[in-house]
Design a protein around this ligand. Structure first.
Ligand SMILES: Cc1ncc(COP(=O)(O)O)c(C=O)c1O
Length: 342
């Protein structure tokens, strides 16, 4: 059992489901396809950031914080879940959005307002400037007697997915399932690095596949490795060097870049919705699922080896992505369900 010394405030009482995709298996003729349903969590539409928030909240309480500060885009899953968790535990929450202070941004940040967070719109600034604005505000708040905790430390946030690797291992073990391949969205790195670190502590039972949805391969690897090494220092656990672990990056599903829709992602959304009744969104999970399905059904992975994708949630975004669907969006023709199937 992996034992972490960091304070953890439990938000998730039970393991998220590991669901076998029976209809998809039948339709593709490929056995052994699973989804780890981290979109199925009790709070605020769920998603990967809730696992991280258990440790950010633990740290905040350990420091005696009386409010949470968080920064992100107007549709950020991190901001939504932080606002929800702050409401749940009775802390104030200030959200810094790098978006213009207009009606469209306020609409996109609707759920954060619903959870009672204070929103500050910084205009269309970059990530560095956004972080600097949050740190400046934290100093001002401290000077005024408040005790803010800045949500987002990558290493602390990654701890949630160290435990997720163990949770998945326990589930497969209990089910007698020899799960081999695990697919994750490749983005800023905490989720990926945490899972890879947990997997390394377990003896590397899973072959980890990162599907880039944001960066070029070198940057994805560098970001993930930096957090992985940070976890080793932070926890004191001895783990193999990142480069020896055999993590595979898949770059062919990124398309024109972060948040840019692709035909494969659209088809992935339709396919999963129409075979299993499960939702994906364009930015993270649809591209990851497209890669997972293509690689596991088109001979890239040995047919006898079971494969799972971790569904990291983010489904609130789907409701603002209507225009991204070429087939269903404004003026689009609804494809027949069979035509939508690869
Ligand atoms: C739904 C969803 N999946 C995956 C990710 C990627 O996680 P990470 O930032 O840990 O790479 C995010 C990040 O915001 C997300 O919101």
């Amino acid at each position: 059992m992996i034992h972490l010394n960091d304070p953890r405030h439990r938000l998730l009482e039970t393991a998220t489901p590991l669901q076998r995709l029976n209809r998809l298996e039948a339709r593709t003729g490929r056995a052994g396809l699973y989804l780890k349903r981290d979109d199925q969590m009790d709070m605020a539409l769920g998603g990967n950031k809730l696992r991280s928030l258990e440790f950010w909240l633990g740290a905040a309480f350990a420091e005696g914080a009386d409010m949470l500060l968080v920064a992100g885009g107007a549709m950020s899953n991190l901001c939504r879940l932080t606002a929800a968790v702050a409401a749940m535990v009775g802390l104030d929450c200030v959200v810094f959005h790098n978006a213009p202070a207009d009606a469209a941004s306020r609409d996109r940040a609707f759920l954060n307002r619903l959870f009672g967070a204070e929103l500050r719109f910084l205009g269309p600034v970059g990530e560095d400037e956004r972080g600097a604005a949050m740190r400046r505000a934290a100093q001002e708040l401290k000077a005024a007697g408040r005790r803010p905790y800045l949500v987002g430390d990558a290493v602390v946030g990654a701890l949630g997915y160290v435990l997720a690797a163990e949770e998945l291992w326990n589930q497969t073990h209990a089910a007698g399932l020899a799960l081999r391949h695990v697919f994750l969205a490749g983005s800023m790195g905490p989720t990926e690095a945490g899972f890879i670190f947990g997997n390394a502590l377990l003896g590397n039972p899973f072959a980890v596949h990162l599907v880039s949805v944001e960066y070029e391969e070198a940057e994805l690897v560098a970001r993930t490795q930096l957090i992985y090494d940070g976890l080793a220092r932070h926890t004191g656990f001895a783990v193999p060097a990142f480069a020896t672990l055999g993590v595979t990056c898949h770059m062919d599903w990124l398309g024109a870049g972060y948040g840019e829709p692709t035909a494969e992602a659209e088809r992935a959304i339709l396919t999963l919705a129409r075979t299993e009744g499960i939702l994906l969104e364009h930015t993270y999970t649809a591209k990851t699922f497209a890669a997972f399905l293509a690689l596991s059904t088109q001979g890239a992975l040995p047919a006898g080896e079971a494969a799972a994708m971790i569904h990291t949630g983010g489904l609130a975004a789907l409701f603002s992505q209507f225009d991204l669907f070429r087939s269903l969006g404004p003026g689009g023709q609804d494809p027949a369900s069979c035509a939508a199937f690869p």
